[in-house]
Write a protein that binds this ligand. Structure first.
Ligand code: HEC
Length: 496
């Protein structure tokens, strides 16, 4: 099945998905999976110690969690579906086929989770005594468990996309679900979420309680202790995860963290991240033993920001390092399946694309066909001249705007780009399509925005096509002449 390509122009198509997905994950891990058990723990202490102050604090924290998770959290959760279907319908289609029943199960769990959070928050002031209070606590307990289960299902899919394990040989749901990266990633996420929830509750304790109060001291110690307990399995899970990701992905790591341009900062950036997390742990250590010291509000906000930044970076890196695949070994990031490559190489990709303005390459449609090839083969990761622009990439490789890029060198590069840069899939099209692609990129060198079609607008006409190509040719000739006169001048100079 084929779909049109969704094009956001300058910012790139991935942008939409990344913003929505990362916002969702941050909220989900910190305020749902991580925070729910902390709040329920506080409620439990309130019941056990007959201390209503625990209960008040737990309620106030839950109010924040409730508002954020049921608005931004839920919206971005649904947004992930919409944006993923827009940006990469092929891969989401494949994932649905493999995880069909798992996703259905997850949906039921998710609906239950929403019902539970409604009950938990909205009955807090009503179910206050005896049996009712106990039931309220049980609802909270259920909420914590169900939040975790939804995450546990989704994490399997994320692991699957990195390394499907033996699913590539034997395609069953169980094989896909139990992929090699699943458990380590689940452990890492579970306890990192725990740290995030605890750091959030720690900050809330500071903001929602009075200075010098007994409950502030108690709750500070409780949340710091929670953070410290989660820290150990987070580190263990992180190291295990690091050990199971395939070598090829480890090689991608330095580009993943800071793009090629900042590759050399990799060491510094990763040290900064690790240092930040260790700093958070050290802080929790201090607050555990000295809960009554006056730390100031920023001391409590910083750990939240550091942990959110760490998880954000983790997601970015995870999404990057599995390249050139969107589903390991099965589907490339350009959404073509590995097994379809021989056919595509032979027939070309245009012939098999339903939503393109050109079905084959001719001299009269070279630029338009090239744009279509670009959209199909490169636009999942590059824009024409925005973020990660294809023009910038070639400008960096072959010199400035004055010098026309060398078509033969470009072709050779593109044919081998998957060897030069492991994170790029091999070029999927045939030789004619490669010619068209190179012509289009060479036009982009001079016309950042040639009048090419988008969404059914008129394609470049035959005349416009000729005009654009003539211009590029004229630039090449001019350059050759310049080089020739320079050569003869050099000769004259050397004769003198
Ligand atoms: C899976 C995503 C992906 C696809 C698909 C992709 N690229 Fe790339 N490409 C990248 C990334 C990532 C970089 C490096 C960006 C950075 O960090 O600077 C890159 C870099 C490049 C570079 C510069 C390489 C260098 O050595 O500096 C060129 C040229 C390039 N891509 C061309 C293409 C062309 C042409 C296509 C389509 C046929 C394509 N790419 C498809 C992800 C991709």
């Amino acid at each position: 099945m084929d779909f049109p390509i969704f094009d956001l122009g300058w910012v790139g198509n991935r942008f939409l998905f990344v913003v929505i997905a990362i916002t969702h994950v941050l909220i989900n891990h910190a305020l749902a999976v991580g925070l729910a058990p902390v709040v329920v723990g506080m409620e439990f202490l309130g019941i056990k110690q007959q201390n209503p102050q625990w209960d008040r604090l737990a309620y106030k924290i839950m109010k924040v969690a409730f508002i954020v998770t049921t608005t931004v959290g839920a919206m971005t959760g649904v947004g992930i579906w919409f944006s993923a279907s827009l940006v990469n319908p092929n891969s989401i289609g494949s994932l649905i086929r493999v995880f069909f029943s798992a996703w259905f199960f997850e949906w039921i769990i998710f609906v239950t989770e929403v019902v539970l959070i409604m009950f938990y928050y909205l009955t807090w002031d009503k179910w206050t005594k005896g049996r009712a209070k106990l039931n309220h606590f049980k609802v909270g307990y259920g909420l914590a468990v169900f939040s975790w289960i939804t995450m546990a299902v989704i994490v399997s899919i994320l692991g699957f996309m990195m390394d499907p394990g033996n699913w590539n040989a034997e395609k069953s749901l169980l094989n896909g679900f139990a992929n090699p990266i699943y458990l380590p990633q689940l452990i890492f996420r579970t306890f990192l979420a725990g740290m995030m929830g605890a750091s959030f509750a720690l900050a809330c304790t500071y903001f929602f309680t009075e200075k010098g109060s007994e409950i502030r001291a108690k709750a500070t110690r409780f949340t710091s202790g929670w953070l410290l307990i989660c820290a150990v399995p987070t580190i263990a899970g992180g190291l295990w995860y690091w050990n199971v990701i395939p070598d090829m992905m480890v090689n991608n790591m330095s580009v993943a963290v800071g793009t090629q341009q900042f590759q050399n900062w990799y060491d510094m950036l990763s040290k900064l991240l690790v240092g930040g997390v260790l700093g958070v742990i050290a802080f929790a250590f201090v607050t555990y033993f000295k809960p009554t010291w006056n730390y100031g509000k920023w001391a409590f906000v910083a750990p939240i920001l550091i942990l959110w930044g760490t998880l954000g970076m983790f997601e970015r890196v995870r999404e990057f390092i599995r390249k050139p695949y969107v589903i390991g070994g099965y589907m490339y990031s350009n959404t073509y399946r590995v097994e379809d490559y021989p056919l595509l190489k032979q027939d070309g990709i245009l012939k098999h694309a339903s939503f393109v303005s050109t079905k084959e390459v001719t001299d009269d449609n070279l630029v338009e066909a090239g744009k279509n090839v670009f959209m199909l083969a490169c636009s999942r990761c590059h824009t024409a001249n925005g973020v990660n622009a294809i023009t910038d990439k070639f400008r960096n490789m072959y010199g400035t705007i004055d010098e026309p890029w060398n078509a033969d060198a470009m072709k050779t590069y593109i044919k081998n780009m998957h060897n030069a840069r492991y994170f790029m899939p091999p070029f999927p099209g045939n030789d004619k399509e490669l010619d068209a692609l190179v012509s289009y990129i060479k036009v982009l060198q001079y016309f950042p925005d040639p009048q090419t079609h988008t969404f059914g607008q008129t394609a470049i006409s035959k005349e416009e096509n000729a005009r654009l190509l003539d211009f590029v040719k004229a630039m090449e000739q001019k350059q050759e002449e310049l080089a020739r006169t320079k050569r003869s001048e050099d000769v004259r100079l050397s004769v003198r």
